[in-house]
Ligand binder design. Structure first.
Ligand code: NAD
Length: 364
């Protein structure tokens, strides 16, 4: 029997449902409704996703000629593929009542969202996430965008989807390394917002794509993300707010930047970043030292790293952190924990302290 449930992201006139279902029903129903209303439909996806899940879109009611297949990988979040995707809509003279669906991971979701935000100054957009990371994080919250040669996510818009369709059965074809990378964001939610959820994760033996606990875990992450986004949609709160979702990310972005994009998957860099954020919280006198081992144990059980594979340069890591777009008024901005399950934003952090933390994970 299929299970269906729904959660609403309560953003007033931009409120939208997140459908959780192990069947295609909610998606099929909405596609049929769009067709009945004579709305045009287009889909952006990536070649690997379409290979791994060849029948889903057709079963859901999409036509093959409505789908644009883009190359898999981070480089697809580029001006070139933005241009290709906009032309895909424009050559078929799509008008404002066209609906654009993203079928893929965070790369396709971020690109398609930005295409939808830009085309004719904004068309409807729907997310069908296919990676764990995109189910628990990027498909919810409306951050869309692309990369420039100068850096990641430098161009974008806030553009909320009209609906998100989450079906964890799609994860069965996801490579294990990608699955593990998504788990870093799952652990992050427990650490920043929900001690009970963190404890539940500690109890689960191994969270795999077909684990019975997975659907509930994904749903809990979406609920946390939705709650945080609703209270600070555009990340403008002077403290706390949406920025808390960046727990571990100031470190992670520096690792990705210095190691070269692609060396670590984003979630792998986040895992090391979560270890560092825990150590920072201990050094700031907020957490007890034993929490470091507790967090490390959970990260390692998820087949994620807590240390750098090769030593990176501390000077380069510090320089990369200073370029982080989350910094305010020239000050480094970190998210730390007061206890596991409760995070805060912290601005007055001594540079020497951060340098010493980098040594702890193997930087030189
Ligand atoms: N908008 C946001 O709030 C937000 C939040 C976090 C991350 N992001 C962005 O998300 C991106 C990373 O997303 P990602 O980790 O999903 O990566 P991704 O989209 O590159 O997908 C990872 C890999 O898995 C493959 N894949 C996807 N689904 C599959 C499936 N079901 N079966 C087999 N293969 C599959 C893809 O082809 C790709 O090779 C980054 O660009 C990051 O900046 C955005």
């Amino acid at each position: 029997m299929s299970t269906t449930a729904q959660l609403t992201v309560e953003l007033a006139e931009r409120a939208y449902p997140i459908h959780f279902s192990d069947s295609l029903n909610p998606l099929q129903k909405d596609v049929a409704a769009l067709r009945a209303a004579n709305r045009s439909i287009r889909v952006l996806s990536d070649a690997k996703v379409l290979d791994a899940q060849p029948d889903i879109l057709v079963k859901a009611g999409f036509k093959r000629e409505e789908i644009l297949s883009l190359p898999s990988g981070e480089t697809t979040k580029s001006i070139e593929h933005l241009s290709q995707s906009l032309s895909f809509l424009a050559t078929d003279s799509m008008n404002r009542d066209c609906s654009l669906f993203a079928f893929g991971g965070g790369v396709i979701g971020d690109l398609a969202g930005y295409v939808a935000a830009s085309y004719l100054r904004g068309i409807d957009f729907y997310q069908i996430p296919t990676t764990l990371l995109s189910m628990v994080d990027s498909s919810v919250g409306g951050k869309t965008g692309i990369n420039l040669p100068e850096g990641k996510n430098l161009v974008g818009a806030f553009w909320q989807p009209k609906a998100v369709y989450i079906n964890t059965a799609l994860l069965e074809t996801l490579p294990p390394r990608e699955f593990a990378a998504g788990l870093a964001e799952v652990i992050k939610y427990g650490m920043l917002y929900d001690l009970d959820f963190f404890k539940e994760l500690e109890k689960v033996n191994t969270l795999t794509a077909n684990a019975p606990e997975l659907a509930g875990v994904v749903r809990r992450c979406c609920a946390i993300k939705a709650e945080i986004v609703v209270n600070d949609e555009k990340e403008t709160a002077s403290s706390g707010g949406r920025a808390l979702l960046n727990l571990g990310h100031t470190f992670a972005h520096a690792i990705e930047n210095v190691a070269g994009y692609g060396h670590y998957l984003h979630g792998e860099a986040v895992a090391i970043g979560l270890n560092l954020a825990t150590q920072l919280s201990v050094k700031l006198g907020q957490l007890k030292a034993a929490d470091i081992d507790r967090v490390k144990a959970l990260i390692e059980r998820c087949n994620l790293p807590t240390q750098l594979h090769n030593p990176l340069s501390i000077i380069e890591l510090m320089a990369a952190m200073q370029k982080d777009k989350k910094n305010r008024a020239g000050k480094l901005r970190f998210v730390s924990m007061q206890t596991i399950g409760e995070a805060i934003t912290t601005e007055e952090v001594d540079y020497a302290l951060i340098e010493s933390l980098w040594q702890e994970v193997g930087a030189k």
